[in-house]
Design a protein around this ligand. Structure first.
Ligand SMILES: O=C(O)CCC(=O)C(=O)O
Length: 284
């Protein structure tokens, strides 16, 4: 029996310019995914809150059930272009509660995963930024991974990236790529956005990809932009500026295996001294 092996595949990140017009966000997302697929991408990533402006005042107005208008479009777009589509996130309404939810569709258009952001973005940096997602959102309670013919992928949304344990659990479950749709801001963006991605990639010796909305100085929440892909050596191999763009990276799983062999921290971990474990009910 021939064993199919895909040591390399192309990833695209769509840094969409998100506006207050949902239909416009959806149609431009569709067009940019098509562009990415046309350039050979097999997995495409959209930003956090790609169908709605980001802000607690917008979530209920733009929220949808899943399935709904936006996820129907994602399903069709994945199928039309024969790609794995990580649909950024949308405000989801379910049972009277709101979630920040990422859906993933396969090349056949089937929904293969829904990740509800598990760490809500509640911070207060005096004089800079106060944001309380928990004023309107409910956190998810499950870890989220999915399989592709290329590799296993772990999913987090934005603030989820600050939690090293989540990335470590994904890595230990066999993920070789972590994707984080995110919308950092003009305070934490320059300080932490790239550092966190490189940290998660280096800690776990895997690829990390992030997708931000493009920066819009006129919006109430100004996203940092700079969607990126980082390799298992901790290097940024692809990075957008602040404006709308599609960026590309070739994920090389042989390179990942080489790094893990050269610096074998995984095998050197002292499991007899410490452990990071998920608890019953948390697994995807
Ligand atoms: O962690 C941060 O600094 C930003 C997080 C964020 O914007 C989010 O979770 O949506």
């Amino acid at each position: 029996i021939a064993v199919l092996c895909f040591p390399e595949f192309r990833l695209a990140v769509v840094q969409l310019h998100v506006t207050s017009v949902k239909a416009d966000n959806l149609s431009r997302a569709r067009g940019l995914v098509k562009e990415a697929a046309g350039r050979g991408s097999q997995l495409v990533l959209l930003p956090e809150c790609f169908n709605s402006p980001y802000g607690t005042g917008f979530f209920s107005q733009y929220a949808e059930r899943i399935p709904g208008e936006s996820t129907q479009l994602l399903s069709e777009t994945a199928k039309e272009n024969q790609v794995y589509l990580v649909g950024g996130s949308i405000p989801e309404e379910d049972g009277g509660k709101l979630y920040n939810s990422c859906t993933v569709f396969g090349p056949d258009g089937e929904l293969i995963l829904k990740h509800r952001k598990i760490h809500l973005f509640d911070i207060d940096v005096p004089g800079k930024i106060r944001f309380q997602e928990s004023e309107t959102l409910t956190p998810g309670d499950r870890l989220s991974t999915f399989q592709t013919p290329f590799c296993k992928v772990g999913v987090g949304i934005c603030y989820d990236m600050r939690f090293a344990e989540l990335a470590q659990l994904y890595s230990r479950s066999g993920c070789q790529l972590l994707v984080y749709p995110g919308a950092f801001n003009m305070t934490t963006g320059p300080a932490h956005w790239e550092l966190l991605q490189r940290a998660r990639a280096l800690d776990n010796q895997l690829y990390v990809a992030t997708a931000s909305p493009a920066r819009d100085e006129a919006s109430s929440y100004v996203a940092w932009g700079h969607s990126s892909v980082v390799n298992p050596w901790g290097e940024v191999i692809s990075k957008a500026g602040p404006e709308e763009a599609v960026i590309y990276a070739d994920v090389d799983l042989q390179y990942l295996a080489d790094i893990r062999q050269q610096i074998p921290v995984t095998a050197q971990r002292r499991d007899d001294l410490y452990a990071v474990t998920s608890l019953p009910g948390a697994a995807s």
